[in-house]
Design a protein around this ligand. Sequence first.
Ligand code: BV8
Ligand code: ZN
Length: 236
Amino acid sequence: MSLPAIVILTGAGISRESGLATFRDPDGLWAQVRVEEVATPDAFARDPERVLGFYDARRAQIRDPAVQPNAAHLALAELDRRWPDEFLLVTQNVDDLHDRAGARRLLHMPGELAKARCLACAAVQEAPACLALRPACQACGAARLRPHIVWFGETPLDMAQIYDALARCDLFVSIGTSGNVYPAAGFIAEVRGRARTLELNLEPSEGATLFEAARHGPATRLVPAFVAELLAAHGL
Ligand code: BV8
Ligand code: ZN
């Protein structure tokens, strides 16, 4: 008897208690800068220094020793470790907290702050601390690195693998996302009616009514409790 195939989607809310700002909360990133100024290809073409500086600042923040994976990241990494059947953690986050918590079956749809991509040879590599200084690509030497981040209007990464996992999943859990940004916001519509669905979020998301169950509160309280409950329910 195989165990349910699980897909978990996370958003900025899961990293909030690690000290990283979300996007749409009152103290969020988009309250300080506009998406159009720093998170689109046009913005990069128009003012590359502004965009590179925005991501350099966020990359410095995730390298601050005070920013650590929290109990929610750690609980999901434990679930990944102990779940013997299909499991995929899809994150909308560009921070590296799921990685540092030990998650393995993990996909970053919008790329990663810790990585850079070369516009000359497409090589993806560890991002130097400061892309605004135009460091050379480790593969071809060209000084044409950009953040390995999916901006608005660009195609998210690993979509075929993600849709394949969604098509097979029996349990879909959405954690810490407002459900505003597509295609991630559309995943619940892909799976509802066919999989069990649960939302764990500080407050109801845009797609809250599409979930069969929802629990509201901080991720560091809800996620460890959910993981313990799921493992116990399957004798793991
Ligand atoms: C695409 C990287 C085609 C950047 C991000 C016009 C032109 C072009 C595109 C569009 C357009 N109109 C619409 C679109 C599509 C667009 C879109 O959806 N726009 C929205 C704004 C309408 N999407 C795109 O452009 C995407 N690409 O569509 O390509 C395609 C489609 C399908 C298949 C193939 C190709 C590209 C989207 C990726 C953009 N890049 N990130 C960066 O990080 O700087 S998006 C960025 O915001 C995040 O990565 C994340 O994906 C997204 C959503 O943020 P959330 O994670 O949900 O965070 P938010 O602040 O919104 O919510 C936080 C939640 O946590 C809240 O609910 C809060 O209550 C909760 N919370 C807070 N604290 C806690 C908590 N929960 C628990 N515990 C707590 N302590
Ligand atoms: Zn290169």
